[in-house]
Design a protein. Structure first.
Lengths: 89, 236
C-alpha cells in the first residue's frame, strides 16, 4: 500500500486526582484576578505534534498510540493521553 | 572485602562526582564513574543513579534516561538482589523505568526548592537504611523542581513497608509544613518489595561531611555506609 504523510497531535494531561498546580495557578492568580469569574477550572498539559508516514489515518493513529504506551511517552500513573487529531501533512 | 560500586553518568547529571567523592574519599570504597552507554553490570556489586537533569529533563524528568542501555543493565542487578539506588533525578529515572512504584510530579509551589530538610527513617531494613534506626531524623538537603511523590496505591505501599523516608520536623512529626513539595503523605523515598532498590529525592551525598552541613551533621554518610553493609552481607 502507498504510504502517505500524516500529522498526529497528542496531549498529555495530569489525571484528575493528581493535582495540577500549573492549571490552578493560571486560574487563581491570573484569570480570576482579571475578572474572568466565569472560568471554573483550568488543567494544563503537554502537547506533541508528530509527523509520521503510514498507510492511512487509522494506521498512523495506531502506531502513535502503541508507541506512546510502549515507551511511556505519557506516564500512566499520573497522566491521560488524548489523541487530539490526525491530519494529512 | 573486594567490591565495587558504579555511579552512572547520564548527559546533564550533576551530582555524579559528589557521589563518587563520598564513596571514594569519605567512606573509602571503590567506585567508578561510568558513562551510561558503557555500563556493564557484571563488573559491579551495586549501582547509584545520581542527581541532575539527565537529558535536560525533556518530556518528563527521568523518562529518556529510563530507556538508556544502563537501565537494562541495572535491571539485571535489580533482579539478582544487588543494590540499585536512585538519588533525586535517579529516583525519577527509577520510577519512570518502573523499578519503583509511583511518579514524581512538579512541586506544588511550582518552584525549584533547594534547602535542608528533616527526613524520618520509616524502614531501616533496606539496602540504604540498615545502619539507621526507625524513627531517626536525618538532616539532608533537597534540590528539585519535580519531587512531589504521587502514587495511586498508597495503601499497598504502606502494607508492604515500601515507604523508606518521610519529610518531618526535627522532632519527627509529619506535618504539612515539613513537606517541602506537596508529596503524598510526606513521602520522600520508597523501595521495591525486595528492598534492594531505593529512590529518594534528598541528597545524602551532600550531607556526608560535617564541613558541608549547617549543623555539622554527617547523616548522609549512614546512607552510603548502609549500602556498603548491604553489599558486604550479600557477599559474605
Amino acid at each position: 500500500m502507498m504510504q502517505a504523510n500524516f500529522i498526529v497531535e497528542i496531549i498529555m494531561t495530569n489525571k484528575e486526582m493528581a493535582r495540577d498546580p500549573v492549571g490552578e495557578t493560571i486560574k487563581r492568580d491570573l484569570l480570576a484576578k482579571k475578572g474572568y469569574d466565569m472560568i471554573s477550572n483550568v488543567r494544563s498539559g503537554q502537547y506533541l505534534r508528530i509527523n509520521i508516514s503510514a498507510d492511512n489515518e487509522e494506521n498512523a493513529k495506531e502506531i502513535i498510540e502503541d508507541m506512546c504506551n510502549k515507551l511511556r511517552i505519557f506516564n500512566p500513573v499520573t497522566q491521560n493521553l488524548t489523541i487530539l487529531r490526525v491530519s494529512k501533512s | 572485602m573486594n567490591f565495587k560500586i558504579a555511579v552512572i553518568q547520564f548527559p546533564a547529571a550533576n551530582c555524579d562526582l559528589d557521589a563518587i567523592h563520598v564513596l571514594n574519599d569519605v567512606i573509602n570504597v571503590k567506585a567508578d564513574l561510568v558513562w551510561h552507554n558503557h555500563f556493564k553490570e557484571s563488573k559491579y556489586d551495586g549501582v547509584i543513579l545520581p542527581g541532575g537533569f539527565a537529558f535536560g529533563d525533556y518530556l518528563r524528568a527521568g523518562i529518556i534516561a529510563a530507556h538508556s542501555p544502563a537501565i537494562d543493565e541495572a535491571k539485571i542487578m535489580l533482579k539478582d538482589g544487588r543494590p540499585v539506588i536512585g538519588i533525586c533525578n535517579g529516583f525519577q529515572i527509577l520510577t519512570e523505568a518502573q523499578f519503583l512504584p509511583g511518579a514524581l510530579l512538579r512541586n506544588e509551589s511550582l518552584k525549584f526548592v533547594c534547602k535542608w530538610v528533616n527526613l524520618k527513617v520509616e524502614n531501616n531494613k533496606t539496602a540504604c537504611t540498615n545502619k539507621m534506626n526507625e524513627g531517626d531524623v536525618l538532616a539532608i538537603p533537597i534540590a528539585h523542581g519535580e519531587g512531589r511523590y504521587y502514587t495511586d496505591n498508597l495503601e499497598e505501599l504502606e502494607k508492604n513497608n515500601q515507604i523508606v523516608f518521610r519529610y518531618s520536623t526535627e522532632q519527627g512529626d509529619l506535618t504539612k509544613n515539613a513537606n517541602p513539595n506537596g508529596s503524598l503523605d510526606n513521602i520522600a523515598g520508597v523501595c521495591n518489595l525486595e528492598q534492594n532498590c531505593i529512590g529518594l529525592m534528598p541528597h545524602p551525598e551532600r550531607a556526608s561531611e560535617a564541613i558541608l552541613s549547617p549543623k555539622r551533621t554527617e547523616h548522609g554518610k549512614l546512607f552510603f555506609e548502609s549500602i556498603v553493609e548491604f553489599i558486604t552481607r550479600r557477599l559474605s
